[in-house]
Design a binder for this molecule. Structure first.
Ligand code: ZN
Ligand code: FE
Length: 256
C-alpha cells in the first residue's frame, strides 16, 4: 500500500509531514519545525515516531528534533552528510543517490542546493511523493540564501523531471503570495489564471494548498517555466539561457 501522509501546520506558516507505512506500521517525519502539533497528530493516530528526515539546516525545519528525540527514544535522524556540522546529531548521513526507507518503501535522496548549500529532497517513487523543503515550493521556490541561481535552476530542473503525478510536499504555506507574483510575470498563462482563483478560494476557506502535483506545478510555477519560450518572450528575455531567466525571475520575486 502507498505511504500515508499527514500535513502538519507548524509555527506561522511551516509544514511538517508525517509519513506512515500502513504495511509495517513505521512512521517518519519530514522536517521538525515544532514538537507539539506533530506529537498531537501522532497521538491522535496512535503512531510512534521512528525516524526524522531533514531537508536543510534552517531552524524552522530542525527546532523540534531534540524535543522529539526525548519523546520517542530510539528515534533515528537522517540528514545531509554535507550539512552534518550544522544539523542536529545525525544517525544516518546521506548524499545524492543514497536510499532512505520508510517502512518497506525506498526513497531516493536528491541534492537540491540553492536555498542553502547541502539542501536535500526525498523522492518516494512508489507513492508518488517528493519532500522538497524550501527548494521547490508550491507555486514558487526558496530564496537564494547560500547557493547561486545556477545551482537552484539545476535543482529545480532535477525535480521537474519527476513524474507528473508526484505530490510536491514543500515546507511552507507561501502559495497565495507566490501565485500573486506568478500572475504578475505570466498573466498570459490560462492555467495559472485558473489556478490562482482556486488558490485564493482555498486560502479564504482556510485550507492548505500544499502539497500539489508536479504536473500542475510544471505548467503554472514560473520558476519551473524559466525555459518556456512564451514566458521568456513575455519577460523580454527571448535570447537568454534558461538559468538566466530563472535568475531574473528570482530577483523580481525578491523585490515583489
Ligand atoms: Zn529554509
Ligand atoms: Fe523554511
Amino acid at each position: 500500500m502507498p505511504l500515508e501522509i499527514v500535513t502538519v501546520p507548524c509555527r506561522q506558516d511551516n509544514y511538517a509531514f508525517i509519513v506512515h507505512d500502513p504495511d509495517t506500521g513505521s512512521t517518519a517525519l519530514v522536517d521538525a519545525p515544532e514538537a507539539a502539533p506533530i506529537e498531537a497528530e501522532l497521538d491522535a493516530r496512535d503512531w510512534r515516531l521512528d525516524e526524522i528526515l531533514l531537508t536543510h539546516h534552517h531552524d524552522d525545519h530542525i527546532a523540534a528534533v531534540e524535543p522529539l528525540r526525548e519523546l520517542y527514544p530510539g528515534l533515528r535522524v537522517t540528514g545531509a552528510a554535507a550539512d552534518a556540522h550544522r544539523l542536529p546529531p545525525l544517525d544516518h548521513a546521506v548524499a545524492e543517490g543514497d536510499t532512505v526507507t520508510i517502512g518497506a518503501e525506498a526513497g531516493e535522496v536528491l541534492e537540491v542546493s540553492g536555498h542553502t548549500v547541502g539542501h536535500i529532497a526525498f523522492f518516494f517513487p512508489a507513492s508518488d511523493l517528493v519532500f522538497t523543503g524550501d527548494s521547490l515550493m508550491v507555486m514558487g521556490c526558496g530564496r537564494l540564501f547560500e547557493g547561486t541561481a545556477v545551482q537552484m535552476w539545476d535543482s529545480l530542473s532535477k525535480l521537474a523531471a519527476l513524474p507528473d503525478a508526484t505530490l510536491v510536499c514543500s515546507g511552507h504555506e507561501y502559495t497565495a503570495a507566490n501565485a500573486a507574483f506568478a500572475l504578475s510575470v505570466d498573466a498570459g498563462n490560462a492555467a495559472l489564471v485558473a489556478r490562482k482563483a482556486q488558490i485564493d478560494a482555498a486560502r479564504a476557506r482556510g485550507e492548505p494548498t500544499v502539497p500539489a502535483t508536479l504536473g500542475i506545478e510544471r505548467t503554472t510555477n514560473p520558476f519551473l517555466r524559466a525555459g518556456a519560450p512564451d514566458l521568456k518572450e513575455a519577460l523580454g528575455k527571448a535570447g537568454a539561457s534558461d538559468a538566466e531567466v530563472f535568475a531574473h525571475l528570482r530577483k523580481l520575486k525578491d523585490a515583489f
